[in-house]
Design a protein around this ligand. Sequence first.
Ligand code: ADP
Ligand code: MG
Length: 259
Amino acid sequence: MVKLKVKDVIFGYSGTNILENVCFELGASELVSIVGPNGAGKSTLLKCIDRILTPKTGCVSVEEKDLREMGRLEVAKTLSYVPQSTVRVFPSTVFDTVLMGRRPHLSWFSGEKDKEKVWQVLELLGIEALALSSFNELSGGQQQKVLIARALVQETGVMLLDEPTSNLDIWHQLDVMEVVKKLVREKKVTGLMAVHDLNLASKYSDRIIMMKNGKIVAIGSPAQVLTSENIAAVYGVEADVSIQAKIPYVVPLKQLEAF
Ligand code: ADP
Ligand code: MG
C-alpha cells in the first residue's frame, strides 16, 4: 500500500528551480533515507512534503489525500517533522516541550489524555527521567530524542526527519537510529529522513533515495544505491564499497579530480 506519494514536485526559492520533478512513493512502515551532497535539496524536499514550503507544481499525498486540500491542522495530524538540530532554545521543561506536539489534537486546554500520551512516549524513548529537566540544559543526543518525542505525540502516520544524527557521537547516532527504527516497526510509522552518513543510512534504511542538484539519481535498496559508481557520480569521491550481511559499507578513499 502506498502511504506517501510525491509526484512531479518542482520548487524554487526564487527564479531557479531547486527541486526538479521529484517523484517517489513510500509504503506503510517503511524507513527510507535521503542522501546526497550538501545543497542537493534534501531539506528543501522535506519542507515541501510538510508544506512548510509550497511547491510550484506537483502533488504530495498521504493515503491518497492531497495535502493541498488540507488545512494546517490536518497536515499536522498527517505528517510530523523533526527539524535539523541546531542550537535550539525552548524555555521549558522536556515534558512541556513534548506536550507542544499534542497541539494539533488539543482543544483549548491539554487534557489528562494528552499528558498520559506524553508520558507514554517519554517512556518508549527511555527519557521519562528527564521529564522535568530544562530542555536547554540537555546534551545534543537527549535534545534530539525530545524532538523526536514531540513529533511522535503528534500521532501521525508519516514522520519526516532532517539529519537526526548530525552532531551526535557514535553511541547517540546508533541510539537515535534504533529509536526511529523501533517507531517504524512498532508504531507502523512511515519514516523519511535526510541522512549524511552513508553507513548509517545503509544500516538502518529499507530503501535509499540518492539526490544531486535537486533530482533523484537513484532509488532502491542500500546495496542497489550505494555503489562505487553512484558515489563517484554524485559526490565526486572514489569509495570502496564492501558488502557484509547484504549491507554495503562505504569507505571514502579520495576526491576525484576535476569533479
Ligand atoms: P541539503 O539539505 O541537501 O543540504 P538544501 O535543501 O538545504 O540542501 O538546499 C538546496 C539548495 O537550496 C542549495 O543550493 C541552497 O543554497 C538553497 N537554499 C536553501 N535554503 C534556501 C533559502 N532559504 N533561500 C534560498 N536558497 C536556499
Ligand atoms: Mg539539509
